[in-house]
Design a protein around this ligand. Structure first.
Ligand code: HEC
Ligand code: HEC
Length: 328
């Protein structure tokens, strides 16, 4: 008998609690039973802070300092620096099988969503079409990357490459080397712990003027391959120049500076070295050009990064071409 009563009491009590907890009025927020757990004792990152003069909790690190265990990475994102990294960088400790296994875990967490378990670029973000179809993820088992030294891949992971972001701030130096070792050993079937540096790239030791002179003498000037044929240049159209410049700043300046070499060549004086139609095709279908046009192939060998298709219309490309005419 007592047992039943106890049970009844418990049911009534529980129902009361449930009903009470549902009855939450907007102006009566109810009770916090454990406020220490609800409210942070430390200052929140974005809360006001009486300690600092500027009242911000998030403070910029003191100029010239860096976190413990972080190693300065002096190689910029430029392709020459990637090669240089390949010629000069090795992991500090020799890599052993244990690192490969740890690298596998890290790879699965940080890389496989794009590059896929196999490294062939069939990760979920790609197969699920979460990225536009124009985003092509490098096949990590590709001959070119098998040949690339570990230092070069370390450069890619540290500062990013093309459309791929950088992991220099996310992963420790050691973890990055472990991932590279995993890629080399398990995905590419290379020898464990090999500590070889890359050789010099002959394409880069050739000065730019000599490079262009060689192209001019070895290859005929053509219209390239792609959607455009027979562009003729009339009198300069100033309105197009202005529009072209705006488009260039918006769509191209991440890789091109008007008069200085950057990730890609400077467009200054480009009409002295290429046909107008060739330029249009390079802008509108760089993927095809870099595969099929002999001059674009030479450019790719030198610049190492592929020119990106920015999905411009023919009209937009034509306006950029008009702007290029003014860069003498
Ligand atoms: C969000 C998607 C994404 C993730 C995550 C990602 N990558 Fe990439 N990765 C790319 C794309 C896209 C490219 C091709 C970039 C291009 O060609 O512009 C690429 C290219 C590469 C290349 C080839 C560079 C070359 O010369 O072709 C390597 C090596 C690479 N990634 C390694 C890694 C490693 C290691 C990780 C994990 C730390 C990683 N990636 C994580 C998207 C990703
Ligand atoms: C992701 C970087 C990137 C972006 C963005 C980019 N380019 Fe390029 N571009 C290159 C690279 C690298 C080359 C050298 C050829 C190669 O490696 O494929 C190049 C080559 C060229 C060339 C041939 C230059 C020569 O000397 O023959 C032209 C023309 C060109 N780009 C125009 C453009 C225009 C116009 C845009 C904007 C719509 C653009 N590019 C956006 C990287 C880029």
């Amino acid at each position: 008998m007592r047992k039943v009563e106890n049970r009844r009491a418990a049911v009534v009590l529980l129902s009361c609690m449930v009903v009470m907890s549902c009855d939450r009025h907007r102006d009566m927020p109810g009770y916090d039973f454990m406020p220490d757990m609800v409210y942070s004792q430390a200052y929140d990152a974005y809360s006001e802070n009486p300690v600092f003069r500027d009242s911000l909790t998030n403070q910029v690190p003191v100029y010239g300092t860096m976190p413990r265990n972080q190693v300065a990475f002096r190689y910029s994102v430029f392709p020459e620096n990637r090669l240089l990294a390949g010629q000069t960088l090795l992991s500090r400790d020799p890599m052993i099988m244990k690192h490969v296994f740890e690298g596998k875990k890290l790879y699965t967490a940080f890389c496989s969503n794009c590059h896929g378990e196999s490294g062939k670029g069939d990760g979920f973000l790609i197969t699920s079409k979460k990225f536009p179809a124009t985003v092509k993820v490098g096949d990590l088992t590709d001959e070119r990357l098998v040949k690339a030294s570990r230092g070069e891949l370390f450069h890619v992971v540290t500062v990013g490459y093309g459309l791929m972001g950088s992991y220099g701030a996310t992963l420790s130096e050691k973890d990055r080397w472990k991932i590279i070792e995993y890629v080399k050993v398990k995905l590419q079937g290379q020898e464990l712990g090999a500590r070889t540096l890359a050789g010099a790239n002959p394409a880069l030791s050739e000065p730019y003027e000599e490079f262009e002179a060689r192209i001019a003498s070895d290859f005929e000037r053509t219209d390239g391959v792609g959607p455009v044929s027979g562009v003729t240049l009339g009198a300069l159209n100033q309105a197009w120049v202005t529009e072209g410049e705006t488009l260039f700043k918006l769509k191209c300046s991440s890789c091109h500076k008007p008069t200085k070499k950057y990730v890609g060549p400077a467009p200054r004086g480009i009409l002295d070295r290429r046909n107008p139609t060739w330029i249009m095709n390079m802008i509108l279908d760089p993927d095809k050009m870099v595969k099929e046009d002999p001059v674009a192939i030479e450019l790719y060998k030198r610049y190492l990064a592929p020119m990106a298709n920015q999905s411009l219309t023919e009209d937009e490309a034509r306006k950029i071409l008009e702007y290029f005419r003014t860069l003498e």
